[in-house]
Design a protein around this ligand. Structure first.
Ligand code: OSB
Ligand code: MG
Length: 370
C-alpha cells in the first residue's frame, strides 16, 4: 500500500469541561490531524501533542514541523504492508514520538480499511467491548469533586481517577472515599511530587487506592523505584515510559506495578502492542491512557484496549464527556454495563465529518510524493 498524499490540519475544538491537571488547565483541545491517501484507502491519525510542552516535550507546533519536514518526506511515495514496515521507515527519527504515532496510526487505519478488517483485529484485539473509566481534573473544592464523581458513577463508569497535586490531594481523596468507600479509585499526580514527599504520599495508603500514577518526575524511573519501597499503593508509570524497553527497565527496577499505555507517548500502536506484550509476559496489568482525544484518536484507543493484557479500565471514556460536536462520527457511547463497544467495521470505525472538520481547522497543508 503506497502513501500517495498527506494532509495535515491544526484544529482547535472547545472542551465541554475545562480540564485541570498539576501542569495546567485546558479549555480547548488543540491538536494535529493527519490524513493519508493510499491507493484508494484513506487513513486518519491524531497527534496527541498538546498546545504547549506541559505533558511532554512535544507541542502541536513541533509535531507539525517534524511531520512536514522530516517524517512525511521519509514515507511519501513508499509502500507499507505492516506497522513494522512503518517503524523501519521511521527508525532514523529520534523522539518526537507523538508525531511518529500520528503517522503510524493513519497508516494502520488505511491498511485495515484496505484489508476490510477492523483496526482492533489488525492489532490482535480479542474483546468486543472495553471497560471504561474516567479521569477527573482538579476541582475547585473537595465538595465539587464529590459532585463530579457522583455524576460519573451515575453515568455508569466503573473506575474513577482523580488528578492530584500538592495542596489538592489528601483532602480531595478523603472526601471522595468518605462518600464512596468501595468505588475503584486511583490518583494521577502528573509528576507533581519528589522523593521528599514520600511520607505524605505514604499517607495515601489509607485510602485503598488501586494505584498512584506518575507521582515523581516525568523523566525518572530510579526515584520511583525508591518510592515503591516506601509506600503500599501500587505505582503506575505514565510520562516516564516511552518504549517497551523503558517498560522493561522500569519493571526490572520495580519502579512500577502497572503501566499506562498511550500510543502517542510510545511512538505508535506497534510499540504500544510490543509494550503490552512485554507487560503481559511479566504479569503486569496495563490500561489505556487518554489525551482528551477527538473520536479519531479515541477510536485508536478503543482498538488498542481490546488486546488481552488491558485488564484494567482505562481513561477511554464516552465521546460526550469531551466535545459537543466531534470531528468524526459515530460517537463512542457508554453501555449500561459501563463499557464501550469495539467497532467491528473496517478501519478505526469512525468517519470524519468534513464539514465539522473545516469549521474547527486553523491551518491545512497538503503533501504529495516527489
Ligand atoms: O496524565 O493521563 C494523563 C490528559 C492530558 C494529559 C495527560 C493526562 C490526561 C488525562 C485525561 O488524564 C484522560 C482522558 O482523555 O480523559
Ligand atoms: Mg497520567
Amino acid at each position: 500500500m503506497r502513501i500517495e498524499r498527506a494532509e495535515l490540519r491544526v484544529v482547535s475544538i472547545p472542551l465541554i469541561h475545562p480540564f485541570e491537571t498539576s501542569f495546567g488547565r485546558e479549555s480547548e483541545k488543540t491538536c494535529l490531524l493527519l490524513r493519508l491517501d493510499c491507493e484508494g484507502a484513506v487513513g486518519w491519525g491524531e497527534c496527541v501533542a498538546m498546545s504547549g510542552p506541559w505533558y511532554s516535550e512535544e507541542t502541536t507546533g513541533t509535531a507539525r514541523l517534524v511531520l512536514a519536514e522530516h517524517i512525511l518526506p521519509l514515507v511519501l511515495g513508499r509502500d507499507f504492508d505492516t506497522g513494522d514496515d512503518v517503524c523501519r521507515a521511521l527508525a532514523r527519527v529520534r523522539g518526537n514520538r507523538m508525531a511518529q504515532a500520528a503517522l503510524e496510526t493513519a497508516c494502520l487505519d488505511a491498511l485495515a480499511r484496505s484489508q476490510s478488517v477492523s483496526l482492533a483485529q489488525l492489532l490482535g484485539g480479542v474483546r468486543t467491548e472495553i471497560e471504561s473509566g474516567v479521569s477527573i481534573g482538579i476541582q475547585e473544592s473537595p465538595e465539587a469533586l464529590v459532585r463530579n464523581v457522583e455524576r460519573e458513577l451515575s453515568a455508569g463508569y466503573k473506575r474513577i481517577k482523580i488528578k492530584i497535586k500538592p495542596g489538592a490531594d489528601h483532602e480531595y481523596v478523603r472526601a471522595v472515599r468518605r462518600e464512596f468507600p468501595h468505588v475503584p479509585l486511583m490518583v494521577d499526580a502528573n509528576s507533581a511530587y519528589t522523593l521528599a514527599d514520600a511520607d505524605r504520599l505514604a499517607e495515601l495508603d489509607h485510602f485503598a487506592l488501586m494505584m498512584i500514577e506518575q507521582p515523581l518526575a516525568h523523566d525518572d524511573v530510579l526515584d520511583h523505584s525508591i518510592l515503591a519501597g516506601r509506600i503500599k499503593t501500587p505505582i503506575c508509570l505514565d510520562e516516564s515510559v516511552h518504549s517497551a524497553e523503558d517498560a522493561r527497565k522500569a519493571l526490572d527496577l520495580e519502579a512500577c506495578r502497572v503501566v499506562n499505555i498511550k500510543s502517542g507517548r510510545l511512538g505508535g500502536l506497534t510499540e504500544s502492542v510490543r509494550t503490552h506484550d512485554l507487560c503481559l509476559k511479566r504479569a503486569t496489568p496495563v490500561w489505556c491512557g487518554g489525551m482528551l482525544e477527538t473520536n479519531i484518536g479515541r477510536a485508536a484507543n478503543v482498538a488498542l484496549s481490546s488486546l488481552p493484557g488491558f485488564t484494567l479500565p482505562g481513561d477511554v471514556a464516552a465521546s460526550a464527556r469531551y466535545f459537543e460536536h466531534d470531528v468524526a462520527l459515530p460517537n463512542f457511547e457508554l453501555t449500561l454495563g459501563g463499557t464501550i463497544a469495539v467497532p467491528e467495521g473496517p478501519g478505526s470505525g469512525v468517519e470524519v465529518d468534513t464539514r465539522r472538520l473545516d469549521q474547527v481547522t486553523l491551518l491545512r497543508e497538503e503533501f504529495t510524493a516527489g
